[in-house]
Design a protein. Structure first.
Length: 422
């Protein structure tokens, strides 16, 4: 198999302390009317007011939607789009956590192409370019500032839904780690676990045969030479700095590294995609109402264990990126990657089992059945998945018994998988 390299991303990324002060110039380069999407918390801060002044000072008329809710209920896309249709923005600016950026991206689709957000659920259903988005994250987790997906919550569906299209990649990302200083420890931990899972799952994802059509047939093509570089960067930075950022919210160096790690993870997942841990988190999150990063972090070591037979060299590389001795055998290092990952997540308060986060014991099979419907994630897993395999992972993660996954494992690598119809 020849080398496959594939990478999507914004036209430009500005990263570093103080880069938020370029926001006015960046926004003005895209038009004279801006719609700003944020949540009530960040919208009430002095930092937000300063950012709006920067945009207005560059000659741009600003309209603010400061009502974004966690996990973006789909009705908010319609509400914000109705506001946008009145003010006709040239650019949408998302400021805040991943939900704020995802709403900005979804609204940019509806402004450009009409209809409802549900018209675009799934992959490759956005028919063309959208209103340009400038993304300014204030947390270090989702990587949404560089990805082609917006995740929403629809009350008509059990799990979260996504709009996935290359057209959703923001036009520009402005990443200023100073905006994450003082972020509460619990949010720092959850966001950091999310970033770590993006890096690990992207690096260990399915490797597909390189064809000229691959990038036009799929939004997420699987692991490849370009995303691997970003994924390992994300692993290293989060492993070295997550605990520091949680324990010392004002540690500027740790915050800078965490934001870079989250953006690197976003680049990796935005082209390679994630896999079983994210597929399972959708129903787990729906049942337990826990933050996304908490659920995916709890699941990740079990998914790594299940995938181990198909990804020993990759897990060995993860261990080395986390500080393990590269002189050990690949088999030993693969085990160490799983142990180090579990220890890192546990050290910042991520639960070690699904029982701890409140998953009902009578919904384990149901969780597996729902996860199987997340086709793009199931198909991206390096080891084949069916409902029974997903249930084994769920039961192991519920009880805390990773060894049960090793005992049943049979070495088997995957290039493609089959799944449900979602």
């Amino acid at each position: 198999m020849g080398i496959l390299g594939f990478l999507r991303g914004p036209r430009e990324v500005l990263f570093g302390p103080g880069q938020r002060y370029a926001l006015g110039t960046v926004t003005a380069s895209l038009g004279s009317r801006a719609l700003v999407c944020t949540d009530a918390r960040f919208g009430g801060t002095d930092e937000f007011a300063e950012l709006v002044r920067l945009i207005e000072g560059a000659g741009v008329h600003v309209t603010v939607f400061a009502e974004v809710l966690p996990d973006v209920p789909v009705h908010q896309v319609a509400e914000c789009a109705a506001l946008a249709h009145r003010v006709r923005p040239d650019v949408v600016v998302g400021m805040g956590g991943g939900s704020c950026l995802d709403l900005a991206k979804a609204v940019a689709v509806v402004i450009a192409h009409g209809g409802q957000a549900s018209d675009y659920y799934g992959e490759l259903r956005v028919p063309g370019p959208v209103v340009p988005v400038v993304a300014l994250p204030t947390t270090a987790g989702t990587g949404s500032e560089v990805t082609p997906v917006a995740v929403l919550t629809d009350p008509g569906r059990v799990s979260k839904v996504g709009i996935s299209s290359p057209h959703l990649v923001p036009h520009m990302a402005v990443c200023d780690p100073e905006l994450t200083l003082g972020c509460p420890p619990s949010l720092t931990a959850s966001a950091g676990a999310d970033a770590f899972s993006h890096a690990v799952e992207s690096f260990t994802a399915v490797r597909r045969t390189a064809t000229p059509e691959l990038a036009t047939e799929r939004v997420f093509v699987g692991k490849n030479a370009l995303t691997d570089t970003y994924a390992l960067l994300g692993v290293r930075l989060v492993a070295e700095n997550l605990r520091r950022a949680v324990e010392a919210p004002g540690d500027a160096e740790a915050r800078e590294a965490m934001m870079l790690g989250a953006t690197a993870g976003g680049f990796a997942l935005g082209s390679a995609g994630t896999a079983a841990a994210h597929a399972l988190q959708y129903p787990v999150g729906a049942l337990t109402h826990t933050p996304h990063g908490v659920g995916v972090g709890a699941l990740l070591p079990y998914v790594m264990e299940y995938n181990r037979p198909a990804r020993v060299p990759e897990l060995a590389a993860v261990a080395v990126a986390m500080g393990a001795n590269p002189g050990e055998s690949s088999e030993v290092l693969a085990d160490e990657a799983i142990e180090r990952s579990a220890a890192l997540l546990r050290s910042v308060g991520i639960p070690s089992t699904l029982a701890e986060i409140g998953l009902p014991s009578d919904r384990l099979r149901w969780t597996a059945e729902q996860a199987f419907q997340a086709t793009r994630l199931v198909e991206n897993n390096p080891r084949p998945l069916d409902v029974d395999a997903l249930e084994r992972i769920v039961r192991a993660a519920y009880s805390g018994d990773r060894r049960s996954l090793r005992e049943e494992a049979r070495p088997q690598a995957a290039t493609t998988t089959t799944a449900g119809v979602r």
